[in-house]
Write a protein that binds this ligand. Structure first.
Ligand SMILES: [Zn+2]
Ligand SMILES: [Zn+2]
Length: 274
């Protein structure tokens, strides 16, 4: 049974349910020792066109004003539940040229998760959508953005690194070619080089066409993790990516644990360094 989680969303992102205290109470009742709050980070203003902003649901993310309120609520929960560690975190995209924005967020946190749902194409300046726009050219740009983000030193944990396979070259989740393998290996090597853990994401299973067939999962992607399992020193963590307290009870937690076990991947606990 999992006793810690660092990937937790709340109502502040406008697509998850519940307050900080709801998640803290639920985790506490299950005997959790640590819980990290990581709602979607505020996005730098004027970082993209209005159309791109809307396409990527950026107006759902919390504003800087709500961010301060979010931190206050985490502090209240820390006061109320002293026998469990509650951490201040965020899950953030990484748009280059906005390091000061992210640094200002990071300064107020215990840790920050990198979650690349979209990123800028360095050649065209257009924002690419990790769910929809991936092909054998753009996945290298996805990787490059990830590398630049990690090099910035702002991030502590990479959420769903396999998200680039969500709809790679269309809807058929079985497609995994040489380019996918190269990008997978680059991500594993990046993780090792900078000692930043990679996450197996529990919430991703719900996007599968058949949740009981591991080969149909978009993420965690079995082919990605099969290659990752070759890297014996890789730090792999499990993240609930909870958008509802019911996820603490989901049978998908065990399914992800079993996938890791079947591939010989050791799940490690994420250590908040602050
Ligand atoms: Zn979300
Ligand atoms: Zn998330």
């Amino acid at each position: 049974m999992l006793k810690y989680n660092y990937h937790t969303h709340m109502k502040y992102c406008n697509h998850a349910k519940g307050d900080v205290i709801d998640y803290v109470k639920e985790a506490h009742s299950l005997g959790y020792i640590e819980l990290g709050m990581s709602d979607h980070a505020p996005i730098p203003l004027n970082s993209m066109t209005k159309e791109e902003w809307e396409h990527n649901y950026c107006s759902e993310n919390m504003t800087l004003e709500i961010f301060e309120k979010y931190l206050d609520e985490i502090e209240d929960a820390q006061e109320k539940f002293k026998d469990m560690k509650v951490f201040k975190g965020l899950e953030s995209e990484y748009l280059e040229d906005h390091n000061i924005w992210y640094q200002n967020l990071r300064n107020k946190l215990d840790y920050m998760i990198l979650g690349l749902h979209f990123f800028k194409d360095p050649d065209t300046g257009k924002v690419l959508d990790t769910y929809q726009d991936m092909n054998n050219k753009t996945i290298y740009k996805y990787y490059q953005n990830m590398e630049n983000a990690i090099k910035s030193g702002l991030f502590d944990y990479i959420a769903h690194p396999d998200l680039f396979l969500f709809k790679y070259n269309g809807n058929d989740v079985s497609i995994f070619d040489k380019d996918c393998e190269i990008v997978t290996r680059k991500i594993c090597e990046l993780s090792l080089k900078y000692d930043i853990p990679l996450e197996m994401n529990v919430n991703g299973i719900r996007f599968a066409t058949d949740m009981n067939d591991i080969n149909k999962w978009r993420y965690p992607n079995i082919k990605f993790w099969n290659i990752a399992s070759e890297y014996k020193n890789l730090k792999v963590v499990i993240g609930l990516d909870a958008h509802d307290v019911s996820l603490f009870h989901s049978e998908n937690i065990e399914k992800v644990m079993n996938l890791a076990k079947s591939l010989g991947i050791n799940i490690t606990k994420f250590e908040v360094k602050k």
